[in-house]
Design a protein. Structure first.
Length: 414
């Protein structure tokens, strides 16, 4: 789903301060609670110029609000505020296909800004927002939020995310176009807390990175950044979970099975294929997904591609890694377990960064920090992997950074 940069997602349970609730009582709208909720959420967006995302799905009520706030009430309040000239409302798009959904969002007008010109309110609203925004979410098979029973373990996970959000919001993060980014994360689990759990919603995730490594153009408090990612992470997690010796796995499991290890197009397809085989429920689905990627290769890349159709690619992977064959295209999708494992690993790393007072932007299995913190991050990633998966081997990671617009890349073992 396309995502507008510099955003906050409306939180229904934000504590609305009296300076706001007293004022909205004079508005010509009966449901002052919902109007106050929207206004206070918007005030939390002002200082960094964020826009406010919200849902227009009127039928959805499960697990939304402890206060009984519903999307229906919010929609009515949004319509009122738009009519009165306080906000500009950008309506999204509903779809049965998750990828085609578009979020609705609002931004303040000059009238709104002139009525709320007290910077102290903005800062207090930001703090209240960070205290109440959703940081742990459980979804059903249709990607709808569902309620869950809290526990000490879940509370601990939530505290890490909240602390991360507060640390990152203090830091001034800008993209390569000098636009502010708001990196407020939420860990999203799928169907149960045994599946999923990755960190989503931060603006850094909306940066398209494939062709020009645009994430490396980010600045944090004016400082340049580096990005460190695990090499072949899911393969290495799978090996650890299966008690296999990590020393038997090549440093690059994708290039290692190719006749020409320098062929980046072939390697890219093999990497995609491995991920799809871990995530798809059967061979047929994996084959269809892989073939689609092969068909979508640009003309220039197609001329360099040598591996044949999807069936041939899958056969190559099965031959190269027979030890993992029972984990590929598995009925319950082993990929969900791998994503859950890598999300807990990410949380381990972020805890260390937080203890050291270092802002950090996780992007699934990679992490963006200021250049000065690169060594600590690399060492932490190695230590956390060994500790979580009870292994003693070296851990390969890739480090990238930019100097004068040119990408520098290094592969190291930590």
């Amino acid at each position: 789903m396309d995502k507008v940069k510099n955003t906050k997602l409306l939180t229904y349970d934000i504590k609305v301060r009296k300076v706001v609730s007293n004022k909205v009582r004079w508005y010509s709208f009966t449901d002052t609670e919902s109007v106050g909720c929207i206004i206070y959420n918007l005030l939390a967006c002002i200082r960094k110029g964020s826009v406010l995302l919200y849902s227009r799905n009127k039928n959805y009520t499960s697990g939304v609000s402890k206060k009984g706030m519903t999307p229906y009430r919010i929609i009515k309040a949004v319509d009122f505020l738009e009519k009165e000239g306080y906000i500009i409302n950008h309506k999204g798009k509903a779809s049965m296909v998750v990828e085609n959904r578009r979020m609705s969002w609002v931004e303040p007008t000059d009238r709104f800004l002139s009525e709320w010109q007290v910077s102290e309110i903005y800062m207090q609203a930001e703090l209240d927002y960070l205290d109440q925004c959703e940081v742990i979410e459980l979804r059903d098979t249709n990607k709808n939020t569902i309620p869950y029973r809290n526990s000490e373990h879940i509370s601990r996970m939530a505290e890490v995310v909240r602390s991360l959000n507060k640390m990152n919001e203090v830091c001034v993060v800008k993209d390569g176009n000098d636009k502010l980014l708001s990196n407020i994360y939420c860990r999203i689990f799928n169907e149960s807390f045994d599946y999923g759990g990755r960190f989503y919603r931060a603006d850094v995730l909306a940066i398209k990175n494939k062709d020009d490594n645009a994430r490396l153009d980010i600045t944090m408090d004016g400082s340049s950044v580096c990005e460190v990612d695990y090499s072949n992470l899911h393969f290495r997690i799978a090996a650890a979970l299966e008690d296999l010796d990590s020393e038997d796995i090549p440093l690059d499991v994708y290039s290692g099975i190719l006749d020409d290890e320098t062929n980046k197009v072939d390697r890219g397809i093999v990497k995609l294929a491995v991920n799809m085989m871990f995530n798809c429920y059967n061979d047929e689905k994996a084959q269809g997904a892989i073939q689609k990627e092969i068909n979508l290769l640009p003309k220039e890349e197609k001329s360099k591609y040598t591996l044949g159709n999807a069936k041939s690619v899958m056969a190559l992977i099965y031959r190269a890694y027979p030890t993992f064959s029972h984990l590929f295209c598995e009925e319950s999708s082993f990929g969900r377990i791998l994503q859950n494992a890598d999300s807990h690993l990410a949380s381990d790393i972020l805890e260390v960064m937080l203890e050291n007072g270092i802002p950090c932007l996780p992007v699934h299995d990679s992490f963006v920090v200021k250049m000065e913190h690169m060594d600590l991050l690399c060492d932490t990633m190695g230590d956390c992997f060994r500790k979580r998966f009870e292994t003693n081997g070296v851990v390969p990671v890739g480090v990238k950074w930019k100097i004068n617009g040119l990408v520098n890349e290094e592969k190291i073992c930590v």
